[in-house]
Write a protein of this length. Structure first.
Length: 144
C-alpha cells in the first residue's frame, strides 16, 4: 500500500506530465517532464499485474440522461484511439487498458479530443469508462 506522501508525489508527477503533453502533444517523450523520482516508490507497492483495485467504481450511466453518442461521434473517438494506440481495429466496447493503453496514451487522447472537439476530459473518466463508447458518452455529457 502506498503512503499519502507517495500518492501525492505520484499525483504531482502525473499533473506535470499531463500538462507537458497537453502543451506539446507531439513532443518526443524525452522532452516531457518525466518523474525524476520514479524509483522512490517502494517496489511491490503496486499490483504486479497492473490491474486496477476493485474499489474503483464501475462506469454507470445516470438514469434518465441523454448520453447516447451518434455514429459520427463514435467514429471520431475511434479514429483518435486508433491513431493514438497505432491500431486499426478498435471497437466501441474495447477496453483501453486491454488494448495496451496507459497514462501517456490517455494524455494524448485528452489533448486530441480537446483540439478536435473542444471538449475537456478528465483523466479519471478513463478509469470509470475506458472504452470508446464510454468516452463518447462523456463527450456528449460535457457538451450539454
Amino acid at each position: 500500500m502506498l503512503d499519502r506522501a507517495s500518492c501525492e508525489m505520484i499525483a504531482a508527477d502525473l499533473r506535470a506530465l499531463i500538462a507537458g503533453v497537453v502543451a506539446r502533444p507531439d513532443a518526443p517523450i524525452g522532452e516531457l517532464p518525466l518523474p525524476s523520482r520514479a524509483g522512490s516508490v517502494q517496489a511491490g507497492a503496486l499490483p504486479a499485474t497492473g490491474a486496477f483495485p476493485e474499489a474503483v467504481p464501475a462506469f454507470e450511466r445516470a438514469a434518465g440522461t441523454e448520453t447516447e453518442p451518434d455514429d459520427d461521434l463514435i467514429g471520431e473517438v475511434t479514429a483518435i484511439w486508433c491513431e493514438t494506440l497505432n491500431r486499426p481495429d478498435i471497437k466501441p466496447d474495447d477496453d483501453l487498458f486491454d488494448l495496451g493503453g496507459h497514462s501517456l496514451d490517455i494524455t494524448r487522447i485528452v489533448a486530441l479530443v480537446r483540439e478536435r472537439m473542444d471538449v475537456d476530459l478528465s483523466f479519471e473518466v478513463f478509469i470509470d469508462a475506458p472504452t470508446v463508447a464510454g468516452i463518447a458518452e462523456e463527450i456528449v455529457r460535457s457538451r450539454r
